[in-house]
Design a protein around this ligand. Structure first.
Ligand code: GDP
Ligand code: IMO
Ligand code: MG
Length: 430
């Protein structure tokens, strides 16, 4: 069995998907980097630069926000897909960083159908958070929600629009007019001519990268190549199935790869879920397995759990098998990649959340997520003291770690095919 699927690759199903199954930051970037050499192309299908995907290869450390995580594997083509929303400023910055590292950026393409996140979307994001007060989502402040709102409201501006300056100017004007009431009370009200001027300047750098993604994908896969679809965020942040309203504004589940890349479900080969051996969440919203004591702090310091995009400390807790089982069902997972097992070394006892109970003591499932007074049932496992970072075979892990992983897989209902034991590409046990 490979890391990704139970059966050999099927030519009629050329697309595999990697998704996070928790609340984001599971280690998707490092997993995609590891798998990338087997694919002709890697594509991001949703989200924007709210994502932060870290990769470590030798001395090179990268934090990518929008360019797919296959960028350090020479020869792979990279697509920022139609389902994404992308800041021009953020994209140019990332292209500059990659060029400085010697990456050939002509491998990178962005869909003409992807939507532009303007700086005023970030302003609207911050204003909306302020209005939510104590019920704030804790967004990344990157304007992701407002940009998706504009897309659905049919006011959005796409990368394809960058090629038509006059039509673009008209659209910016119309959008700002429609949104003017929302800026009441804002310090930085966008000025039409500034937005248009800056956009047209940035367009010069970006336009050579803009493609018709449907034709681009057909070309990239011609001759039997395969595509790896890279998820952003995590299943529990999905706009429909996540811990609504404490979610992001896109479809983060595997199905999002179909709508975000224009691919039929029959083209999907395998779906790999990525999960930390424990759990983290950034921002507000329910997190039943959260540890508010010194164990949570220890997970944060040993796991260096600080946001890649915002630097915020991540909330930490035990692996939540109730949420993981739900995610396995929503994504149709074939296999599970468990990251950061090394972080658990030294804990005397390690928890797995096996069930939830309502405030009145009745057993319940994921449907009760967000209810006041929800409690968790925790199964405690003996820990281990060994440093796992040099281990390359699951069979060579300490007995206690293997028992923990077997139980994690059993509770999730998905086989664990790989385990990472350090941030560097080679720190992998299979
Ligand atoms: P993503 O958003 O899912 O790509 O994950 P992030 O990059 O936001 O967060 C994962 C963090 O854990 C990054 O800092 C990685 O370098 C780090 N990391 C990934 N895998 C491992 C691992 O197996 N062990 C340790 N110690 N760190 C890891
Ligand atoms: P990666 O791809 C962790 C969270 C935010 C907030 C909520 C909504 O690195 O796993 P948004 O800015 O999207 O409107 O914020 O979603 N969030 C993430 N948390 N990892 C991410 O991405 C996230 N992207 C968004 O913290 O709670
Ligand atoms: Mg991240």
């Amino acid at each position: 069995m490979s890391i990704l699927r139970r059966t050999p690759p099927d030519q009629k199903r050329p697309v595999d998907i990697v998704v996070g199954i928790q609340w984001g930051d599971e280690g998707k970037g490092r997993v995609v980097d590891l798998l990338a050499r087997d694919y002709a192309a890697i594509a991001r299908f949703g989200g924007g630069d709210n994502a932060g995907h870290s990769i470590e290869v030798g001395q090179t450390k990268l934090a990518l926000h929008i360019v797919p995580s296959g960028v350090l594997v020479e020869g792979t083509k990279l697509l920022i897909g139609a389902g994404t929303v992308v800041s021009l400023q953020g994209l140019v910055k990332e292209l500059d960083t990659l060029e400085a590292l010697g990456v050939d950026i002509t491998r990178i393409a962005i869909s003409a159908r992807a939507h532009i996140v303007f700086p005023y979307h970030a302003t609207l994001d911050r204003l909306a958070e302020k209005q939510r007060g104590s019920a704030a989502i804790g967004t990344t402040g990157r304007g992701i929600g407002p940009a998706y709102v504009d897309r659905v409201a049919r006011l959005g501006i796409t990368f394809g629009d960058l090629a038509k300056p006059e039509a673009l100017a008209t659209k910016v004007r119309q959008e700002l007019l429609a949104r003017a009431p929302l800026f009441a009370g804002a310090d930085d009200v966008p000025r039409e001519e500034d937005v248009i001027g800056e956009t047209l300047t940035l367009a010069k750098r970006i336009l050579p990268r803009v493609v018709d993604d449907v034709a681009w994908l057909d070309d990239a896969l011609a001759g039997g190549g395969r595509l790896l679809a890279e998820g952003a965020q995590g299943t529990m942040l999905d706009v429909t199935f996540g811990s609504y309203p404490f979610v992001t504004s896109s479809h983060t589940v595997a199905g999002g790869a179909c709508t975000g890349l224009g691919i039929g479900p029959s083209a999907i080969g395998g779906v790999l879920g990525v999960a930390k051996a424990y759990c983290t969440r950034v921002g507000g919203g329910p997190f039943p397995s959260e540890l508010l004591d010194e164990r949570g702090e220890r997970l944060r310091s040993q796991g260096r759990e600080f946001g890649v995009t915002t630097g915020r400390p991540r909330r930490c807790g035990w692996y939540d098998a109730v949420a993981a089982r739900y995610a396995a069902r929503l994504n149709g997972l074939d296999a599970l990649f468990v990251t950061k097992l090394d972080v658990l070394s030294g804990f005397e006892r390690i928890g797995l959340v096996t069930g939830y109970r309502r405030a009145d003591g009745r057993a319940c499932g994921i449907e009760a997520l967000g209810e006041a007074g929800l409690r968790v049932e925790v199964e405690e496992h003996p820990g281990w003291v060994d440093d796992l970072r040099g281990i390359r075979r699951i069979a060579d892990l300490p007995q206690a770690a293997r028992v923990f992983l077997d139980r994690l897989a059993e509770l999730t209902g998905v086989p664990v095919t790989a385990v990472s034991v350090g941030p560097e590409r080679s720190a992998l046990a299979t």
